[in-house]
Design a protein. Structure first.
Length: 494
């Protein structure tokens, strides 16, 4: 049955019209509740609200939205190369044009504003700034980000910049083997320092690397992401170490070149370990599992050492590392960004050496449209809570959360993505539990502002709050954009 079936045509078009503006039917009508009914208890709203300083944003990344891959002397990235290699992208698309955000950024800033968002997480494309990865900076490439920042700030939207969202300059891949070389980590730090010096008058929050683990595992392990390599275990472990080192060197470069007040941290997809049943023993076991299963990334970044279990299981394949390296990797950070999509494991306490068992997922476990995206909203509570409990992290941003959906337009042309709303609502309720218990989450950036190029899944997997017609570049709010607008307006789960 279609949503709104049974309403008069006038009522329906009123609702549909207000959806087009991204506002709720009720507030569009009169802004007043029905006075014949007793007012709803206000404590419902209070119970689900977020701290008054909580930031509501949206998120994207350069290669996924910008298009304009040859404009203004941008260099080639490993993703341009990969997407143009036959057989790599599910729907045979590429991001040559993507959302054409490079030319439409002003319109896109208005999309954020229409939802009431006051923060935006984007990434800077390294090959626009240094087309060859190193050498002389390209002022035209930098200018795009100057224009974008000015537009954001003029519209009251606080920029959060990611320095590396996977679009390595191809030249560094060709000459150095990409992250297989320490020199790539050093080049990353130089680029990070330069961008920070240029932009930190307006950007106060800088993320170093987005999802280290995915770029390592899918880029160099399975080969499904760029650069499409399948390295043996020792080399793969070295890539992981070099990426972590790149993070640490970039933290230091941001500190060295940032204006006063510049803050820096990673944006990680932590392996999220949920206690299967919330008992003290399982909670403790899930914390132990969190530490061990994130050993190559967050644990070494936050503790300055690889765990014994990690080194023992790597054996002869352990990465070549020095005390100086792990000091760099664990350079002090100001916050941690977390991309939270799904519970990676449900954990049960066990009387064994690590002290936990990972429950196998039953085949019947529910998932969203992507099969990897198991529905477990409680991941949104446990991931930040464990960061705070295990490592004492004092400032956390949820840098991504969302789902792809089939998003078929209805007969009226609109996308009633109630599955995405169900997903977001439930995750947000668990985030609200976290903030109400004092877990220091400062803001939330749903993925994504608009449909875009979903890496090896191409343009057909849609994650946006706005629908994008890639032929006409028309952006249309989905129902989830209205939902998110309500959340922001109430500062509470809607
Ligand atoms: C995480 C990545 O950072 C982002 O680029 C990607 O589109 C989403 N996950 C969805 O897969």
């Amino acid at each position: 049955m279609m949503p709104f079936e049974g309403l008069s045509r006038r009522q329906f078009s009123g609702i549909a019209g207000s959806l087009a503006l991204g506002i709720s039917a009720r507030s569009a009508k009169s802004g007043q509740a029905d006075s014949s009914k007793p007012a709803r208890p206000t404590n419902r709203r209070l119970a689900s609200s977020f701290p008054s300083t909580f930031l509501w944003g949206t998120a994207t990344s350069a290669y996924q939205i910008e298009g304009a891959v040859k404009d203004d002397e941008r260099g080639q990235s490993i993703w341009d190369h990969h997407a143009h290699t036959p057989g790599t992208i599910l729907d045979h698309s590429n991001a040559d044009h993507a959302c054409d955000h490079y030319h439409r950024y002003k319109e896109d800033v208005q999309l954020m504003k229409a939802m009431g968002a006051t923060a935006y997480r984007f990434s800077v494309a390294w090959p626009r700034i240094f087309p060859e990865g190193v050498g002389s900076p390209n002022p035209k490439g930098l200018d795009f980000y100057n224009r974008l920042l000015d537009e954001l700030l003029a519209n009251g939207i606080e920029p959060f910049a990611t320095l590396y969202h996977w679009d390595l300059p191809q030249s560094l891949q060709d000459r150095l083997g990409g992250w297989a070389s320490r020199d790539t980590a050093k080049a990353f730090a130089d680029y990070a320092g330069y961008v920070t010096a240029q932009l930190s008058d307006r950007v106060k929050h800088i993320f170093t690397i987005n999802e280290c683990s995915r770029l390592v595992h899918l880029g160099y392990g399975t080969g499904s992401d760029a650069p499409g390599l399948r390295l043996p275990q020792q080399e793969l472990n070295q890539v992981r170490h070099n990426v972590a080192l790149g993070h640490g060197l970039a933290v230091q470069a941001v500190r060295a070149h940032g204006r006063v007040g510049t803050m820096v941290g990673p944006a990680e997809n932590m392996v999220t370990c949920v206690p299967a049943i919330e008992t003290p023993a399982n909670v403790r076991a899930a914390e132990i599992a969190t530490r061990e299963l994130n050993a190559g990334y967050l644990t070494v970044m936050l503790e300055g050492q690889y765990t014994d279990a990690f080194l023992a299981s790597a054996g002869n394949n352990a990465p070549k590392s020095t005390a100086e390296d792990v000091n760099i990797i664990s350079s002090p950070i100001d916050f941690v960004g977390l991309n939270v999509y799904t519970p990676d494991h449900y954990v049960v306490a066990a009387d064994n050496e690590p002290g936990f068992t990972l429950a196998p997922f039953p085949a019947s476990f529910p998932h969203m449209e992507p099969t990897w995206l198991r529905i477990g909203p409680e991941a949104m509570y446990w991931a930040p809570r464990q960061l705070a409990e295990v490592w004492g992290v004092k400032s956390i941003y949820i840098t991504e959360n969302g789902t792809s959906a089939t998003d078929e337009p209805a007969i009226d042309g609109r996308v009633y993505d109630v599955d995405r709303i169900m997903y977001l609502r439930n995750y947000l309720m668990h985030l609200q539990r976290a903030t109400s218990e004092g877990v220091p989450v400062q803001g939330y950036f749903p993925w994504s502002l608009m449909d875009n190029f979903e890496w090896s899944d191409g343009l057909e997997k849609r994650y946006g709050l706005y629908h994008v017609d890639f032929k006409t570049q028309r952006r249309t709010p989905k129902l989830s954009a209205s939902f998110y607008r309500e959340v922001i307006a109430r500062n509470a789960v809607a």
